[in-house]
Design a binder for this molecule. Structure first.
Ligand SMILES: [Zn+2]
Length: 290
């Protein structure tokens, strides 16, 4: 059986629109390396798309908001924000310049999602008891609390894959149908490799969670990369870091395993902007390290 996760943690988010004036930007979805378009000095560095981590830049006198959250730039005006895979087009941002605010409307094509049908799973890997639901809720709350922590210690400009030799066994955003029952969309990318395969940090960061045994994700690590960026590593067989450690890109943080709910050895890798999950493979192709 293909090694993959049999769970998903996605939640729908409510979009709040609250300003009157609307300015329209048409965003072409073709070329990452060139500046796409801009309003005032606001510039996006890669294509606008659902489920994508977007990098951009602001002028010093500008502030940018997505829904009710301010997008904080670094000292050079660079920022990241994540577009949920469930977000509807057009996407609305708010740009504040001194005392004026205007709304920016971004239109884009929704990405196609594949369906992932998995049959023959033991029922114990599909259903959850009431007791285990409580355990899952507690563990999710711990991860969620960490993903709210904003630090400015790091601002990665490139990301490398956490596994060097792998087979892609689960795609971000695929619609899971487990034993004939529709599940949530897959919230990460699955990299299949033998137990013991090293897992490396894709960018500099701070170890926020190093948990020995979560119900769904087994041995689990969460890294805070700064400015709302987080990466998580599930089903590990070994963890080489502890909470509070600082890691550099390329440092080994653990080894691939099959702990938690999984059908075989693989790394379930997720990438977040706060609570928004984005496609890890797009992060690696949009912001590669030389
Ligand atoms: Zn997975």
């Amino acid at each position: 059986m293909t090694p993959r996760c049999v769970f998903s943690l996605l939640k729908k988010r409510k979009i709040i629109y609250c300003f009157k004036r609307i300015y329209i930007l048409n965003i072409s979805i073709l070329c990452y390396s060139s500046v796409i378009t801009y309003a005032q000095a606001l510039t996006f560095h890669n294509s606008i798309q659902d489920g994508r981590l977007i990098q951009g830049s602001l002028a010093k006198n500008e502030k940018l908001f997505y829904q009710d959250k301010q997008i904080i730039p670094n000292s050079n005006g660079l920022f990241y924000f994540g577009i949920p895979q469930s977000a509807q087009t057009p996407l609305l941002l708010t740009l504040q310049k001194e005392n004026t605010r205007k709304q920016i409307k971004l239109s884009y094509e929704m990405r196609h999602r594949q369906t992932d049908i998995v049959n023959g799973l033991p029922q114990g890997k599909v259903s959850v008891t009431v007791q285990n639901k409580q355990r899952i809720a507690k563990e999710n709350a711990e991860l969620k609390a960490e993903r709210r922590k904003f630090i400015i210690d790091f601002f990665p400009i490139c990301f490398s894959r956490p596994v060097q030799n792998y087979r892609l066994s689960g795609l971000f955003g695929s619609q899971r149908i487990l034993n004939g029952v529709k599940s949530n969309r897959h919230g990460g990318t699955d990299y299949a490799a033998p137990v013991g395969t090293p897992v490396y940090a894709p960018a500099d960061g701070l170890i926020a969670v190093a948990h020995p045994d979560m119900f769904l994700t087994g041995q689990t690590v969460l890294v805070n990369h700064g400015y709302g960026l987080f990466s998580s590593y599930s089903h590990l067989s070994k963890i080489d870091v502890t909470r509070g450690d600082k890691v550099n890109r390329g440092d080994k943080i653990g080894e691939i395993g099959q702990t938690g709910r999984t059908t075989g050895p693989h790394l379930h890798f997720s990438f977040f902007w706060y609570e928004t999950r984005v496609d890890p493979e797009l992060v690696f192709t949009d912001f590669p390290c030389q």
